[in-house]
Design a protein around this ligand. Sequence first.
Ligand code: SF4
Ligand code: SF4
Length: 486
Amino acid sequence: MFNLARISGGIHPAGHKDRSAALSIAPLPLAPRLFLPLRQHAGAEALPLVRPGDRVLKGELLAASPSEVSAPIHAPTSGRILDLGPIPAPHPSGLTVNGYVLEVDGDERWIDLDAPADPFAVAPTELANRVAAAGVVGLGGAIFPAAVKLKQGTRHEIKTVLVNGSECEPYLTCDDRLMRERAEAVVDGARLIQHILRAYSIVIAIEDNKPAALAAMRAAAEPYGAIEVVAVPALYPMGSAKQLIREVTGREVPAGGRSTDVGVLVHNVGTVYAIQQALRHGRPLISRVVTVAGSCVTNPRNVEALIGTPIQALFDACGGLSKTPRQLIMGGPMMGTVLPSYEVPVIKGATGLLALDAHELPRAEASPCIRCARCVDACPMGLTPLEMAAHTRAEDLDGAMQAGLRDCILCGCCSYVCPSHIPLVRYFQYATGKADERRSASRKMEHIKQMTEARAARLAEEEAAKAAAKAAKKRKAAKPADEVES
Ligand code: SF4
Ligand code: SF4
């Protein structure tokens, strides 16, 4: 059934996965305080429901989702809310974000969890709503609310649920360990997603450098004949949805289009596991597996961290740091976020926590472009990064868009291969941010225009109604007395 069509471009960066992949997922001791940003997802900030001084139970809803494109926040353990206000954020700027500080009481007292006895007997919409209420977002780093994708089954014909176990970023092994250690739950989650989307088939795609994960997933899928577990070549960025779809199904997602346009819905394995936990056990998303790695980490491994745990606690659990890192990164080295300090907390999208030395980082000084076109060859989207960069440098956003910026997946392959060490992807991150700002400003303007027009229409209607009433009154007063009496 599957036409394995090689993706174009891509790179083979050194994996650095062996050490953390060799050890099982370790639990973390409870930190004394957890820091919980109200926005850990794509979309609007969650609305606070509890106040400083309130006692909360593990799994209790702390902040509600204000719209469909958002996600609620739950208490990762029991304790007392100390504060609601600015807390450290995993952002290079060092700016703070709005969030809760939770003082941990150590009792781990749960709320009553509610889950259906047989989720396969529950209507798909109800299951999608349960996933939304559990605060599940894309755990591969996309942090898009998972329920929004699950509701696509009502709008599109989904042929294939594609479970993304490729984990192509260097250093990261959290999905690898999850598939090895919790394979049955991941397969169960994939079947539940298939039920929700009414999809025909399930494909689980894993890079061929993870033989143990492939074996574990094949064994777990074996009782269900319709699930295919396929090995895909280890190539960065195989984990990008469009690349993976092309590789596995041979279908090309159109430029500017979505995976649903070709009847495929992609979920990362971590997300699939979180969905399974929500639907089988009623468990909200309050923890995740995080890879702690980099040459400055004494014992790299994967840990299961409560959301909100300060990253210092994760390094401590891995034997601490053997030397002072040149850079701390949340996520992978290609697409992750540079961290400003050790105080920032683990958030839902934190796939990895890297403490990197100078030799593990790209060279800082750039030299002029020599027009070698290596960036063009490496781009998996078939773009011309040097041309996009020239437009971006000239602040010509429209030109950059026309040159292909809207299709850029910010994978960083172009920067990685550039012999002049030009930070191409940084230009594109900047330009994409500007384009987002421009879009949201124009949406705001459109909204203001609509509100102004609606107000003007309402006022005109009121004026017309007043004038009509006045005219009716005048007519009544002008009628002859005999007409009024009759
Ligand atoms: S890889 Fe670097 S030097 Fe070569 S064309 Fe692209 S931007 Fe220029
Ligand atoms: S960052 Fe954008 S332009 Fe550069 S290789 Fe990736 S998709 Fe192509």
